[in-house]
Design a protein around this ligand. Structure first.
Ligand code: FAD
Length: 402
């Protein structure tokens, strides 16, 4: 099949790789011409690491750092509990819990896509989609038709309203939370007498939570930097986020926002590059009524944004992409696409909705509620899932052995 993938973030290239590996003719359209400035990091859990391996990607080659013990503290610095990760070496061989630097993972995905024969059209913005015709219109004036259009164009998806045929399902303006992100060279933290009391090589991920705020830190970029993800009530950063999605914020405002935190956490904020703080307004969206129309399908944040409290947005996009790859082998033709896209949604929707719900509940932790039991059960559900096996089983059940 001739397949057009829109979006070169995380889910788009992952899907393009899977479909090209199957032998389809895939072109990927990404509006950005360079990935340099798209920064920051995320956590890849074993479930999505397993998918990445299926797609031929080892995150360690891109400088990902393996998680060991994570520690949760309250905002005053008292330890609430600790959790060990990657303890089962056999399981970890299949898929590990790692911290990945977004530009590195994105580059790995795009390199692998190229290797698999995907045509990469970067610096090319898709302006319109005609779901009935199966075509996309590009900024350069050309129109491309395809047997299948995969839209992985993120939370502000251009394609989504065409699929759900309604303006109702645009993202909500705000969740009431803002998210601050920055990085600090690891050396600067470990050499600082105060900051080094919180993170060390023994505790790779530390979160401090309370007063509806959280400071989460973990290492990335070949273990040379600490990445910080800090949530807070959105009103505290509104002056910086008003009218924009990604804004710079002053160090004074940052220090004011987290002023009640333990002095060791405050020290992180003081060690950071004062020009390096960025703040996001977090957006969420209601569940949409369908994930595909005709031969156009949504994946990742375009159809189900996941709040960052559960560390799973990228992981869900990767699982979606892998599922589509398993459901659409080379011998599946245009006439079978519809039933395959229905099965995709049937497989993915219940899992994604539980993850979305749990990522929202995780906000309770930011409010200071201890939810050890919830976290333990949810962790098994999230991390022990085998996406490829699950999709293969569904294909066998619905269409017989392939
Ligand atoms: C603060 C924060 C922290 C997070 N932490 C984590 C975490 O720890 N773990 C985790 O798993 N997830 C995390 N996430 C979520 C994760 O970043 C997203 O869920 C993930 O990037 C979604 O991937 P995607 O491919 O669906 O969309 P995106 O990564 O948003 O990619 C969409 C791509 O489409 C392109 N595009 C958009 N429109 C067009 C167009 N018209 N034409 C061409 N190209 C277009 C964009 O340029 C972009 O490259 C976090 C998110 C935030 C905001």
């Amino acid at each position: 099949m001739k397949i057009a993938v829109i979006g070169g973030g995380i889910g788009g290239p992952a899907c393009a790789i899977g479909l090209a590996q199957n032998g389809h003719n895939v072109t990927l359209y990404e509006r950005a011409s360079s990935l340099e400035s798209v920064g920051f990091a995320f956590r890849i859990t074993p479930n999505s690491d397993l998918c990445l391996k299926y797609l031929g990607i080892d995150t360690m080659d891109g400088g990902a750092v393996v998680a060991n013990t994570s520690r949760m503290m309250d905002y005053k610095g008292n330890v609430i509990f600790e959790n060990k990760e990657n303890t089962d070496s056999e399981k970890a061989k299949k898929g590990s819990s790692v911290f990945a630097y977004r530009p590195h993972l994105q580059q790995q995905l795009l390199d692998r896509a190229k290797e698999c024969g995907v045509r990469l059209e970067t610096g090319v913005k898709v302006l319109d989609v005609d779901v009935d015709e199966g075509s996309i219109s590009l900024e350069n004036g050309s129109k491309v038709t395809a047997d299948l259009i995969v839209a992985a164009d993120g939370v502000h998806s251009l394609v989504r309203p065409h699929v759900v045929d309604s303006k109702k399902y645009f993202p909500k303006v705000s969740t009431g939370h803002g998210c601050l992100r920055f990085t600090i060279p690891k050396k600067a933290v470990l050499e600082d007498p105060l900051a080094s009391q919180i993170v060390s090589d023994d505790f790779r991920m530390v979160s401090m939570r309370g007063n509806d705020k959280a400071i989460i830190v973990y290492p990335v970029d070949y273990d040379t930097q600490f990445n910080f993800t800090c949530t807070h009530p959105e009103k505290l950063s509104r002056a910086a986020t008003e009218g924009a999605y990604n804004h710079k914020i002053s160090p004074e405002m940052v220090l004011e926002m987290y002023k009640e935190f333990d002095q060791r956490a405050i020290r992180f904020l003081e060690l950071a590059d004062p020009h390096g703080f960025r703040v996001w307004k977090l957006v969420d969206m209601d569940e949409i009524p369908r994930w595909s129309a005709k031969r156009t399908v949504l994946l990742g944040d375009a159809c189900h944004p996941v709040l960052p409290f559960g560390f799973s947005g990228a992981s869900m996009a990767i699982e979606d992409a892998t599922t589509l790859a398993v459901l659409l082998p080379k011998d599946v033709g245009v006439e079978q696409v519809r039933e395959r896209l229905d099965l995709y949604e049937q497989i993915r929707r219940p899992r994604v909705e539980r993850v979305r719900e749990s990522s929202d509940s995780s906000r309770e932790i930011a409010r200071g509620r201890e939810e050890k039991q919830f976290i333990t059960e949810y962790r098994v559900f999230l991390t022990e899932h085998d996406t490829v096996e699950c999709a293969r089983r569904a294909v066998n059940e619905h269409f017989g052995k392939e």
